[in-house]
Design a protein around this ligand. Sequence first.
Ligand SMILES: *Cc1c(COP(=O)(O)O)cnc(C)c1O
Length: 460
Amino acid sequence: MTDFRTIIEPFRIHSVQAIRKLSSAEREAALHRAGHNLFGLQGDEVLIDLLTDSGTGAMSSTQWAAMMDGDESYAGSRSFNRFQEAVADLTGFTEVIPTHQGRAAEHILFTVMVRSGQVVPNNTHFDTTRANIEYVGAEARDLVIAEGRVPASTHPFKGNMDVDALEATIDEVGAANIPLVMVTITNNSGGGQPVSLENLRAVRAVCDHYGLPLFLDACRFAENAYFIKLREPGCAEKSAREIAREMFALADGCTMSAKKDGLANIGGFLALNDPETAKSARNLLILTEGFPTYGGLAGYDMEAIAVGLHEVLDEEYLRYRLRSTAYLAERAEKAGVPTVRPPGGHAVYLDAKGLLPHIPAAQYPAQALAIELYRVGGVRGVEIGSVMFGKPRPDGSEAPSAMELVRLAIPRRTYTQSHIDYVGEVIEAVANQREAIRGYRITEQAPWLRHFTARFEPLA
Ligand SMILES: *Cc1c(COP(=O)(O)O)cnc(C)c1O
Protein backbone atom coordinates (compact mmCIF):
# COMPACT_ATOMS: atom_id res chain seq x y z
CA MET A 1 0.00 0.00 0.00
CA THR A 2 1.18 3.56 -0.69
CA ASP A 3 2.57 5.15 2.47
CA PHE A 4 0.60 8.40 2.70
CA ARG A 5 2.10 11.43 4.43
CA THR A 6 -0.85 12.28 6.65
CA ILE A 7 -0.80 10.59 10.01
CA ILE A 8 -4.47 10.15 10.84
CA GLU A 9 -6.26 9.84 14.16
CA PRO A 10 -6.28 6.02 14.43
CA PHE A 11 -9.88 5.86 15.60
CA ARG A 12 -13.34 6.95 14.48
CA ILE A 13 -15.76 8.93 16.62
CA HIS A 14 -18.40 6.84 18.35
CA SER A 15 -19.97 9.37 20.70
CA VAL A 16 -19.76 13.17 20.64
CA GLN A 17 -20.03 16.00 23.13
CA ALA A 18 -21.04 19.51 22.02
CA ILE A 19 -18.79 22.52 22.67
CA ARG A 20 -19.88 26.15 22.40
CA LYS A 21 -17.97 29.40 22.08
CA LEU A 22 -18.87 32.20 24.48
CA SER A 23 -18.95 35.81 23.32
CA SER A 24 -15.92 37.88 24.15
CA ALA A 25 -17.92 39.84 26.77
CA GLU A 26 -18.92 36.55 28.42
CA ARG A 27 -15.29 35.42 28.48
CA GLU A 28 -14.21 38.73 30.00
CA ALA A 29 -16.85 38.39 32.74
CA ALA A 30 -15.76 34.81 33.41
CA LEU A 31 -12.14 35.94 33.79
CA HIS A 32 -13.11 38.59 36.33
CA ARG A 33 -15.25 36.21 38.35
CA ALA A 34 -12.39 33.65 38.39
CA GLY A 35 -9.86 36.20 39.64
CA HIS A 36 -7.94 35.75 36.37
CA ASN A 37 -7.14 32.19 37.42
CA LEU A 38 -8.07 29.78 34.63
CA PHE A 39 -8.62 27.02 37.20
CA GLY A 40 -11.63 29.08 38.32
CA LEU A 41 -13.44 28.82 34.98
CA GLN A 42 -16.36 26.50 34.37
CA GLY A 43 -15.66 23.82 31.78
CA ASP A 44 -18.56 25.16 29.72
CA GLU A 45 -16.86 28.55 29.58
CA VAL A 46 -13.93 27.01 27.70
CA LEU A 47 -14.00 26.16 24.00
CA ILE A 48 -10.83 24.10 23.60
CA ASP A 49 -9.61 22.89 26.97
CA LEU A 50 -5.87 22.26 27.04
CA LEU A 51 -5.57 22.83 30.79
CA THR A 52 -4.41 19.29 31.30
CA ASP A 53 -4.17 15.90 29.66
CA SER A 54 -5.03 14.39 33.04
CA GLY A 55 -8.26 12.40 33.05
CA THR A 56 -9.58 14.42 30.10
CA GLY A 57 -9.13 11.86 27.34
CA ALA A 58 -11.77 9.80 25.56
CA MET A 59 -12.09 6.15 26.50
CA SER A 60 -12.43 3.46 23.87
CA SER A 61 -15.52 1.35 23.30
CA THR A 62 -13.43 -1.57 24.62
CA GLN A 63 -12.86 0.27 27.90
CA TRP A 64 -16.56 1.13 28.25
CA ALA A 65 -17.43 -2.50 27.55
CA ALA A 66 -14.99 -3.70 30.22
CA MET A 67 -16.52 -1.26 32.70
CA MET A 68 -19.88 -2.98 32.32
CA ASP A 69 -18.22 -6.08 33.69
CA GLY A 70 -16.82 -4.28 36.76
CA ASP A 71 -16.98 -6.29 39.98
CA GLU A 72 -17.87 -4.00 42.87
CA SER A 73 -17.07 -6.53 45.61
CA TYR A 74 -15.59 -4.64 48.55
CA ALA A 75 -12.93 -7.30 49.08
CA GLY A 76 -11.42 -9.67 46.51
CA SER A 77 -12.93 -7.96 43.47
CA ARG A 78 -12.34 -9.76 40.17
CA SER A 79 -11.72 -6.32 38.65
CA PHE A 80 -8.80 -5.86 41.04
CA ASN A 81 -7.31 -9.14 39.83
CA ARG A 82 -7.50 -7.92 36.22
CA PHE A 83 -6.02 -4.58 37.22
CA GLN A 84 -3.22 -6.21 39.20
CA GLU A 85 -2.39 -8.56 36.33
CA ALA A 86 -2.28 -5.69 33.83
CA VAL A 87 0.01 -3.62 36.07
CA ALA A 88 2.26 -6.56 37.02
CA ASP A 89 2.50 -7.72 33.40
CA LEU A 90 3.55 -4.25 32.26
CA THR A 91 5.86 -3.24 35.13
CA GLY A 92 7.06 -6.53 36.56
CA PHE A 93 6.44 -5.14 40.07
CA THR A 94 4.99 -7.70 42.43
CA GLU A 95 3.09 -5.42 44.84
CA VAL A 96 0.26 -3.46 43.21
CA ILE A 97 -1.63 -0.90 45.26
CA PRO A 98 -4.57 0.92 43.62
CA THR A 99 -5.14 4.59 44.49
CA HIS A 100 -7.68 7.16 43.39
CA GLN A 101 -5.01 9.07 41.49
CA GLY A 102 -1.26 9.63 41.25
CA ARG A 103 -0.89 12.03 44.15
CA ALA A 104 -2.45 9.53 46.56
CA ALA A 105 0.24 7.02 45.54
CA GLU A 106 2.85 9.74 46.13
CA HIS A 107 1.45 10.68 49.50
CA ILE A 108 1.44 7.07 50.66
CA LEU A 109 4.93 6.34 49.30
CA PHE A 110 6.50 9.45 50.86
CA THR A 111 4.70 9.03 54.19
CA VAL A 112 6.04 5.48 54.40
CA MET A 113 9.58 6.07 53.08
CA VAL A 114 10.57 9.71 53.62
CA ARG A 115 11.48 11.47 56.89
CA SER A 116 11.66 15.17 57.69
CA GLY A 117 15.02 16.70 56.71
CA GLN A 118 15.76 14.12 54.00
CA VAL A 119 16.30 14.91 50.32
CA VAL A 120 14.53 13.31 47.35
CA PRO A 121 16.30 13.81 44.00
CA ASN A 122 14.27 13.71 40.77
CA ASN A 123 14.87 14.97 37.23
CA THR A 124 12.07 17.50 37.82
CA HIS A 125 9.43 17.02 40.48
CA PHE A 126 5.87 17.43 39.31
CA ASP A 127 3.98 19.97 41.44
CA THR A 128 2.02 17.42 43.51
CA THR A 129 5.16 15.32 43.95
CA ARG A 130 7.11 18.29 45.24
CA ALA A 131 4.26 19.34 47.51
CA ASN A 132 3.86 15.84 48.98
CA ILE A 133 7.60 15.65 49.70
CA GLU A 134 7.65 19.11 51.28
CA TYR A 135 4.54 18.21 53.27
CA VAL A 136 6.49 15.48 55.12
CA GLY A 137 9.26 18.04 55.79
CA ALA A 138 11.75 16.79 53.19
CA GLU A 139 13.44 18.58 50.32
CA ALA A 140 12.49 17.88 46.69
CA ARG A 141 15.61 18.50 44.60
CA ASP A 142 15.47 18.86 40.79
CA LEU A 143 18.54 17.50 38.99
CA VAL A 144 17.62 17.55 35.31
CA ILE A 145 20.52 17.91 32.82
CA ALA A 146 21.49 21.48 31.94
CA GLU A 147 19.93 21.19 28.45
CA GLY A 148 16.60 20.44 30.14
CA ARG A 149 16.49 24.02 31.43
CA VAL A 150 17.14 25.64 28.05
CA PRO A 151 13.94 25.91 26.00
CA ALA A 152 15.78 26.16 22.66
CA SER A 153 18.06 23.15 23.21
CA THR A 154 17.16 20.22 20.96
CA HIS A 155 18.81 17.46 23.00
CA PRO A 156 16.78 14.29 22.22
CA PHE A 157 16.41 13.35 25.90
CA LYS A 158 16.01 16.64 27.73
CA GLY A 159 14.30 14.86 30.59
CA ASN A 160 17.50 13.01 31.55
CA MET A 161 18.80 13.30 35.07
CA ASP A 162 22.20 14.91 35.58
CA VAL A 163 24.00 11.85 36.94
CA ASP A 164 27.01 13.87 38.21
CA ALA A 165 24.66 16.18 40.08
CA LEU A 166 22.94 13.14 41.57
CA GLU A 167 26.28 11.79 42.86
CA ALA A 168 27.24 15.25 44.14
CA THR A 169 23.92 15.45 46.00
CA ILE A 170 24.48 12.04 47.57
CA ASP A 171 28.02 13.08 48.61
CA GLU A 172 26.71 16.37 50.01
CA VAL A 173 23.80 15.09 52.13
CA GLY A 174 24.86 11.45 52.62
CA ALA A 175 23.14 8.35 51.27
CA ALA A 176 21.42 7.83 54.64
CA ASN A 177 19.50 11.07 54.07
CA ILE A 178 18.23 10.02 50.67
CA PRO A 179 15.31 7.63 51.10
CA LEU A 180 14.77 7.14 47.37
CA VAL A 181 15.66 8.55 43.98
CA MET A 182 12.86 9.36 41.52
CA VAL A 183 12.84 9.82 37.76
CA THR A 184 9.77 11.31 36.06
CA ILE A 185 9.00 9.81 32.63
CA THR A 186 8.31 11.86 30.64
CA ASN A 187 9.48 14.93 32.52
CA ASN A 188 6.17 16.80 32.74
CA SER A 189 7.26 20.05 34.44
CA GLY A 190 10.40 20.17 32.29
CA GLY A 191 8.41 20.21 29.04
CA GLY A 192 7.15 16.61 28.67
CA GLN A 193 10.65 15.59 27.65
CA PRO A 194 11.71 11.96 27.57
CA VAL A 195 14.38 10.15 29.57
CA SER A 196 16.63 7.67 27.73
CA LEU A 197 17.18 4.06 28.70
CA GLU A 198 20.89 4.86 28.85
CA ASN A 199 20.21 7.57 31.45
CA LEU A 200 17.93 5.30 33.47
CA ARG A 201 20.69 2.67 33.48
CA ALA A 202 23.22 5.24 34.68
CA VAL A 203 20.89 6.40 37.47
CA ARG A 204 20.30 2.75 38.39
CA ALA A 205 24.07 2.19 38.64
CA VAL A 206 24.44 5.15 41.03
CA CYS A 207 21.51 3.89 43.11
CA ASP A 208 23.07 0.40 43.25
CA HIS A 209 26.41 1.86 44.29
CA TYR A 210 24.83 3.70 47.25
CA GLY A 211 22.14 1.14 47.99
CA LEU A 212 19.27 3.53 47.15
CA PRO A 213 15.86 2.51 45.80
CA LEU A 214 14.83 3.99 42.44
CA PHE A 215 11.19 4.88 41.75
CA LEU A 216 9.69 6.04 38.48
CA ASP A 217 6.99 8.69 38.33
CA ALA A 218 5.55 6.72 35.42
CA CYS A 219 2.56 8.85 34.37
CA ARG A 220 3.61 8.98 30.69
CA PHE A 221 5.63 5.80 30.41
CA ALA A 222 4.17 4.90 26.98
CA GLU A 223 5.01 8.25 25.40
CA ASN A 224 8.50 7.97 26.93
CA ALA A 225 8.87 4.45 25.51
CA TYR A 226 7.91 5.62 22.01
CA PHE A 227 10.36 8.53 22.14
CA ILE A 228 13.05 5.97 23.02
CA LYS A 229 12.02 3.86 20.04
CA LEU A 230 12.25 6.90 17.73
CA ARG A 231 15.40 8.46 19.14
CA GLU A 232 17.64 6.10 21.09
CA PRO A 233 20.30 4.20 19.14
CA GLY A 234 19.55 0.48 18.99
CA CYS A 235 15.89 0.80 20.02
CA ALA A 236 14.10 1.22 16.67
CA GLU A 237 13.41 -2.49 16.32
CA LYS A 238 12.02 -2.94 19.83
CA SER A 239 8.30 -2.60 20.49
CA ALA A 240 7.03 0.18 22.76
CA ARG A 241 5.93 -2.54 25.18
CA GLU A 242 9.40 -4.10 25.30
CA ILE A 243 10.94 -0.69 25.93
CA ALA A 244 8.39 0.09 28.66
CA ARG A 245 9.21 -3.21 30.37
CA GLU A 246 12.91 -2.40 30.17
CA MET A 247 12.32 0.97 31.82
CA PHE A 248 10.33 -0.53 34.66
CA ALA A 249 12.86 -3.36 35.09
CA LEU A 250 15.47 -0.72 36.04
CA ALA A 251 13.36 0.55 38.95
CA ASP A 252 12.24 -0.77 42.33
CA GLY A 253 8.79 0.71 42.06
CA CYS A 254 6.66 3.44 40.55
CA THR A 255 3.88 5.89 41.22
CA MET A 256 1.37 6.26 38.43
CA SER A 257 -1.54 8.47 37.52
CA ALA A 258 -3.82 6.37 35.31
CA LYS A 259 -5.39 9.66 34.19
CA LYS A 260 -2.45 10.04 31.79
CA ASP A 261 -1.10 6.95 30.05
CA GLY A 262 -3.66 4.74 31.81
CA LEU A 263 -6.14 6.26 29.30
CA ALA A 264 -8.71 6.50 32.11
CA ASN A 265 -10.60 9.42 33.61
CA ILE A 266 -9.56 8.59 37.17
CA GLY A 267 -7.20 6.26 39.00
CA GLY A 268 -3.61 5.53 39.82
CA PHE A 269 -1.37 3.10 41.60
CA LEU A 270 1.74 2.53 43.61
CA ALA A 271 3.63 -0.57 42.48
CA LEU A 272 6.84 -1.90 43.97
CA ASN A 273 8.82 -4.99 44.84
CA ASP A 274 9.66 -4.58 48.52
CA PRO A 275 6.99 -6.46 50.55
CA GLU A 276 7.75 -4.62 53.82
CA THR A 277 7.27 -1.18 52.27
CA ALA A 278 4.15 -2.49 50.52
CA LYS A 279 2.75 -3.68 53.86
CA SER A 280 3.17 -0.25 55.48
CA ALA A 281 1.74 1.35 52.36
CA ARG A 282 -1.35 -0.88 52.48
CA ASN A 283 -1.92 -0.04 56.14
CA LEU A 284 -1.94 3.63 55.27
CA LEU A 285 -4.02 2.91 52.16
CA ILE A 286 -6.78 1.42 54.30
CA LEU A 287 -6.77 4.57 56.43
CA THR A 288 -6.82 7.09 53.58
CA GLU A 289 -7.98 5.40 50.35
CA GLY A 290 -9.75 2.10 50.93
CA PHE A 291 -9.32 -1.65 51.17
CA PRO A 292 -6.26 -2.97 49.22
CA THR A 293 -8.37 -4.58 46.48
CA TYR A 294 -9.92 -1.28 45.41
CA GLY A 295 -7.85 1.60 46.88
CA GLY A 296 -9.81 4.69 45.99
CA LEU A 297 -11.42 3.16 42.92
CA ALA A 298 -14.62 1.53 41.78
CA GLY A 299 -14.32 -1.93 40.24
CA TYR A 300 -15.24 -0.43 36.87
CA ASP A 301 -12.41 2.13 37.11
CA MET A 302 -9.92 -0.70 37.57
CA GLU A 303 -11.36 -2.41 34.47
CA ALA A 304 -10.96 0.77 32.39
CA ILE A 305 -7.34 1.14 33.54
CA ALA A 306 -6.48 -2.51 32.86
CA VAL A 307 -7.64 -2.07 29.25
CA GLY A 308 -6.10 1.43 28.96
CA LEU A 309 -2.64 0.24 30.01
CA HIS A 310 -2.83 -2.21 27.12
CA GLU A 311 -4.24 0.19 24.49
CA VAL A 312 -1.77 2.97 25.26
CA LEU A 313 1.14 0.90 23.92
CA ASP A 314 -0.49 0.57 20.49
CA GLU A 315 2.15 2.06 18.22
CA GLU A 316 -0.29 3.58 15.71
CA TYR A 317 -1.79 5.46 18.64
CA LEU A 318 1.61 6.59 19.95
CA ARG A 319 2.79 7.68 16.50
CA TYR A 320 -0.35 9.81 16.04
CA ARG A 321 -0.12 11.11 19.61
CA LEU A 322 3.44 12.41 19.34
CA ARG A 323 2.87 13.71 15.81
CA SER A 324 -0.25 15.71 16.69
CA THR A 325 1.59 17.34 19.59
CA ALA A 326 4.53 18.22 17.32
CA TYR A 327 2.06 19.66 14.79
CA LEU A 328 0.70 22.16 17.33
CA ALA A 329 4.26 23.14 18.25
CA GLU A 330 5.00 23.80 14.59
CA ARG A 331 1.91 26.00 14.33
CA ALA A 332 3.04 28.03 17.36
CA GLU A 333 6.58 28.45 16.06
CA LYS A 334 5.19 29.55 12.69
CA ALA A 335 3.14 32.20 14.52
CA GLY A 336 6.37 33.49 16.08
CA VAL A 337 5.85 32.03 19.55
CA PRO A 338 8.93 30.22 20.85
CA THR A 339 8.24 26.78 22.32
CA VAL A 340 10.21 24.30 24.36
CA ARG A 341 12.11 22.26 21.77
CA PRO A 342 11.80 19.58 20.71
CA PRO A 343 8.07 19.21 21.44
CA GLY A 344 7.23 16.91 24.35
CA GLY A 345 4.80 14.02 24.24
CA HIS A 346 1.61 15.30 25.78
CA ALA A 347 1.86 19.05 25.52
CA VAL A 348 3.28 22.08 23.80
CA TYR A 349 5.01 24.54 26.09
CA LEU A 350 4.94 28.15 24.95
CA ASP A 351 7.91 30.19 26.15
CA ALA A 352 6.37 33.32 27.64
CA LYS A 353 9.74 34.77 28.63
CA GLY A 354 10.73 34.67 24.97
CA LEU A 355 7.42 36.09 23.69
CA LEU A 356 6.88 38.76 26.37
CA PRO A 357 10.33 40.08 27.32
CA HIS A 358 8.70 43.30 28.58
CA ILE A 359 6.99 41.48 31.47
CA PRO A 360 9.38 40.64 34.35
CA ALA A 361 9.08 37.27 36.14
CA ALA A 362 7.64 39.01 39.21
CA GLN A 363 4.66 40.01 37.05
CA TYR A 364 4.04 36.44 35.86
CA PRO A 365 4.44 36.61 32.06
CA ALA A 366 3.24 33.01 31.56
CA GLN A 367 0.07 33.71 33.55
CA ALA A 368 -0.48 36.78 31.34
CA LEU A 369 -0.07 34.69 28.18
CA ALA A 370 -2.41 31.94 29.42
CA ILE A 371 -5.09 34.53 30.24
CA GLU A 372 -4.72 36.10 26.79
CA LEU A 373 -5.23 32.77 24.97
CA TYR A 374 -8.52 32.42 26.80
CA ARG A 375 -9.55 36.04 26.35
CA VAL A 376 -8.89 35.96 22.59
CA GLY A 377 -10.08 32.47 21.64
CA GLY A 378 -11.55 30.58 24.59
CA VAL A 379 -8.49 28.29 24.73
CA ARG A 380 -7.45 27.22 28.22
CA GLY A 381 -3.84 26.30 28.98
CA VAL A 382 -1.94 26.43 32.25
CA GLU A 383 0.89 28.52 33.63
CA ILE A 384 4.04 26.58 34.48
CA GLY A 385 6.28 29.32 35.73
CA SER A 386 6.69 31.58 38.72
CA VAL A 387 3.06 31.28 39.84
CA MET A 388 3.56 27.51 40.17
CA PHE A 389 7.21 27.40 41.22
CA GLY A 390 8.19 30.86 42.53
CA LYS A 391 9.75 30.64 46.02
CA PRO A 392 9.40 33.31 48.72
CA ARG A 393 12.66 34.97 49.77
CA PRO A 394 13.24 36.15 53.36
CA ASP A 395 12.81 39.80 52.25
CA GLY A 396 9.28 39.10 50.98
CA SER A 397 10.21 39.08 47.30
CA GLU A 398 10.12 35.88 45.22
CA ALA A 399 12.80 33.78 43.56
CA PRO A 400 11.39 33.18 40.06
CA SER A 401 11.05 29.84 38.31
CA ALA A 402 13.81 28.94 35.83
CA MET A 403 11.30 29.02 32.96
CA GLU A 404 8.05 30.89 32.28
CA LEU A 405 5.92 28.49 30.25
CA VAL A 406 2.30 28.08 29.23
CA ARG A 407 1.50 24.42 28.81
CA LEU A 408 -1.09 23.45 26.22
CA ALA A 409 -1.74 19.83 27.17
CA ILE A 410 -3.55 17.69 24.65
CA PRO A 411 -6.28 15.39 25.95
CA ARG A 412 -5.85 11.89 24.55
CA ARG A 413 -8.02 10.89 21.55
CA THR A 414 -10.29 13.93 22.07
CA TYR A 415 -9.66 16.79 19.64
CA THR A 416 -9.29 16.60 15.85
CA GLN A 417 -6.82 18.33 13.61
CA SER A 418 -9.20 21.22 12.88
CA HIS A 419 -9.48 21.92 16.62
CA ILE A 420 -5.70 22.08 16.73
CA ASP A 421 -5.63 24.35 13.66
CA TYR A 422 -8.03 26.69 15.48
CA VAL A 423 -5.71 26.79 18.51
CA GLY A 424 -2.88 27.65 16.12
CA GLU A 425 -4.88 30.65 14.86
CA VAL A 426 -5.58 31.84 18.41
CA ILE A 427 -1.87 31.65 19.26
CA GLU A 428 -1.13 33.68 16.15
CA ALA A 429 -3.70 36.35 17.08
CA VAL A 430 -2.22 36.66 20.59
CA ALA A 431 1.33 36.84 19.23
CA ASN A 432 0.32 39.67 16.90
CA GLN A 433 -0.67 41.88 19.83
CA ARG A 434 2.10 40.83 22.23
CA GLU A 435 3.24 44.40 23.10
CA ALA A 436 -0.20 45.20 24.50
CA ILE A 437 -0.10 42.30 27.01
CA ARG A 438 0.45 43.38 30.63
CA GLY A 439 1.63 41.53 33.75
CA TYR A 440 -0.36 40.55 36.84
CA ARG A 441 -0.03 40.62 40.60
CA ILE A 442 -1.35 38.08 43.09
CA THR A 443 -4.02 39.36 45.44
CA GLU A 444 -4.76 36.12 47.30
CA GLN A 445 -2.87 32.82 47.68
CA ALA A 446 -2.73 29.53 49.59
CA PRO A 447 0.41 28.31 51.44
CA TRP A 448 1.02 25.46 48.96
CA LEU A 449 -0.08 24.60 45.40
CA ARG A 450 -1.15 28.23 45.20
CA HIS A 451 -1.63 28.15 41.42
CA PHE A 452 -4.91 26.25 41.84
CA THR A 453 -6.67 28.95 43.87
CA ALA A 454 -4.68 32.21 43.71
CA ARG A 455 -6.45 35.35 42.50
CA PHE A 456 -4.79 37.88 40.21
CA GLU A 457 -5.19 41.50 39.23
CA PRO A 458 -3.95 42.98 35.94
CA LEU A 459 -1.27 45.65 36.31
CA ALA A 460 -1.92 49.04 34.76
C1 LIG B 1 -0.38 14.11 36.93
C2 LIG B 1 0.93 13.82 37.50
C3 LIG B 1 1.06 13.42 38.84
C4 LIG B 1 -0.11 13.39 39.80
O1 LIG B 1 -1.14 12.58 39.37
P1 LIG B 1 -2.68 12.91 39.74
O2 LIG B 1 -3.41 11.75 39.19
O3 LIG B 1 -3.01 14.20 39.11
O4 LIG B 1 -2.76 12.99 41.22
C5 LIG B 1 2.32 13.13 39.28
N1 LIG B 1 3.40 13.22 38.49
C6 LIG B 1 3.32 13.58 37.20
C7 LIG B 1 4.54 13.64 36.34
C8 LIG B 1 2.07 13.90 36.67
O5 LIG B 1 2.00 14.29 35.39
